[in-house]
Design a protein around this ligand. Structure first.
Ligand SMILES: [Zn+2]
Length: 441
């Protein structure tokens, strides 16, 4: 009598179009082959969504669309959008399979407010489909690599998603270190690093700084680790902050862009010139946020993602509320996937003297000042501000003086063209969840 596990493995066959079109690693396929693959995947996703999901069937009927109307990628623009509002408080909205076939349910972190969003996977979508396209050039993790996964593993999809990718996708070694969970402290994480000598670290930009501080206190030189790459995700940072991270850890740090709802969307190559869109997994459109019209390459708009490998809980034309634009020109790294450039969300912007600033833009100039430490807050009020108040720690060994505050303020004013004032503090709180850079009073 075969066990449940044996039965599952024996019956495990990915959908036939995957083996037909993915004849090699996805990041080595020609653009023509990728286009064929995407067309086949889209048809499969739409046909199954219409057949198996009342959510999509109702939306498509309302829009007067039948699955046969979607025969090429450009037809995707005919399909209705899926929004966060439709998923909030409606756990089973995307279900297109028997409920008992769901293997995994992830929940949103709650950092953007509102009712929670649940994203579910069947075992087939989770393993057979999601792991089918590989990106060995973009995400160069191999058997033998020891991957230190310092992302939250509970109440967030981040940690477990990479856990699966490291073990089952890359066949590497995973250490589920977490990021401040029940048994996860920075001190324990550094001990694990000392003992196990990982060569890959996956974490957020701010937590990489927390770990580096604790490493120094524990007499671990971050640069003594045999690191080949650090991967950053979960929150953004400015190029100048990333340069600090790379210097401290003595390794290259690349960003990985994904979300709970859509999974992987883009991965940075070593050139650090935008995210290569992971075209094996996602179809990315840029739309005008108000009209929903599809925009041309180079035009900034809302990032809309269609998952090409979710058949049992399909995600079609999902509005991420993130802003960005696509550059289809070739990248110096040789990977042909177009590149996605992110633009911050309007709600995160800081307004000073009637001018809107992205916090990352402000951070870029702040982090270029060597006297400034790695932890700071922009203290502003809602609406317009007369000046930018920067509350910050100073770099090791730098003395807080009024002269220094004046000097740094005038440097920032020169870069930004707005009045700035500095307040020095000895230590800001170290966040365990998403880091806070803008404090609104
Ligand atoms: Zn590249």
């Amino acid at each position: 009598m075969a066990s449940k596990y044996e039965k599952r493995i024996k019956g495990a066959r990915p959908l036939p179009f995957l083996t037909r079109y993915l004849t090699g690693p996805a990041d080595s396929l020609s653009p023509a082959r990728i286009a064929e693959y995407q067309k086949a995947a889209l048809r499969e996703v739409v046909t199954r969504a219409y057949k198996n999901s009342s959510f999509y069937q109702e939306k498509m009927n309302k829009a007067g669309i039948k699955p046969q109307d979607i025969s090429k990628v450009a037809d995707l623009a005919k399909m209705p959008f899926t929004t966060k509002a439709e998923l909030r408080g409606n756990p089973w909205a995307l279900l297109a399979c028997d409920k008992k076939d769901i293997s995994l349910i992830h929940v949103s972190t709650g950092t953007t407010g509102g009712e929670q969003i649940y994203i579910m996977y069947t075992w087939k979508d989770l393993y057979l489909h999601d792991l089918a396209p590989e990106y060995p050039k973009l995400f160069d993790i191999d058997p033998g690599d020891i991957c230190f996964n310092a992302l939250p593993h509970e109440m967030s999809s981040a940690g477990l998603s990479f856990h699966k990718v490291f073990i089952d996708g890359c066949q590497a070694t995973a250490i589920p270190a977490g990021k401040g969970g029940a048994y996860s402290t920075p001190e324990k994480s550094i001990k694990l690093m000392q003992d196990l000598q990982p060569n890959v670290i996956m974490t957020t930009p701010s937590y990489s700084m927390t770990l580096a501080e604790v490493a120094r206190e524990s007499n671990l030189d971050p640069q003594s680790l045999p690191l080949k790459k650090m991967w950053l995700t979960g929150e953004g940072c400015s190029p100048a902050f990333r340069t600090r991270v790379e210097k401290i850890w003595g390794t290259k740090a690349n960003f990985y862009y994904g979300s709970l709802e859509a999974g992987v969307i883009g991965i940075e190559c070593d050139a650090h010139t935008g995210y290569h869109i992971t075209q094996g997994h996602s179809l990315v459109e840029i739309v005008e946020p108000k009209t929903g019209e599809v925009l041309q390459p180079g035009e900034i708009g809302e990032i809309v993602v269609t998952s090409l490998l979710r058949f049992d809980t399909p995600l079609i034309r999902y509005r991420t509320q993130d802003l960005g634009y696509i550059d289809p020109d070739p990248c110096q790294c040789g990977i042909s996937f177009p590149r996605l450039f992110m633009r911050g969300r309007a709600v995160d912007e800081v307004v000073v003297k009637g001018v809107n600033f992205s916090p990352f833009y402000l951070e870029e100039f702040l982090m270029r000042l060597p006297e400034v430490g790695n932890w700071y807050h922009f203290v502003v009020k809602e609406g317009n501000n007369e000046s930018l108040k920067i509350r910050t720690e100073l770099a090791d060994g730098v003395k807080p003086t009024l002269e220094l505050a004046d000097k740094l303020a005038s440097k920032m004013e020169f870069s930004l063209g707005i009045p700035c004032e500095f307040e020095f503090v000895s230590k800001l709180p170290r966040p365990q969840s998403k880091t806070i850079r803008v404090v609104r009073q």
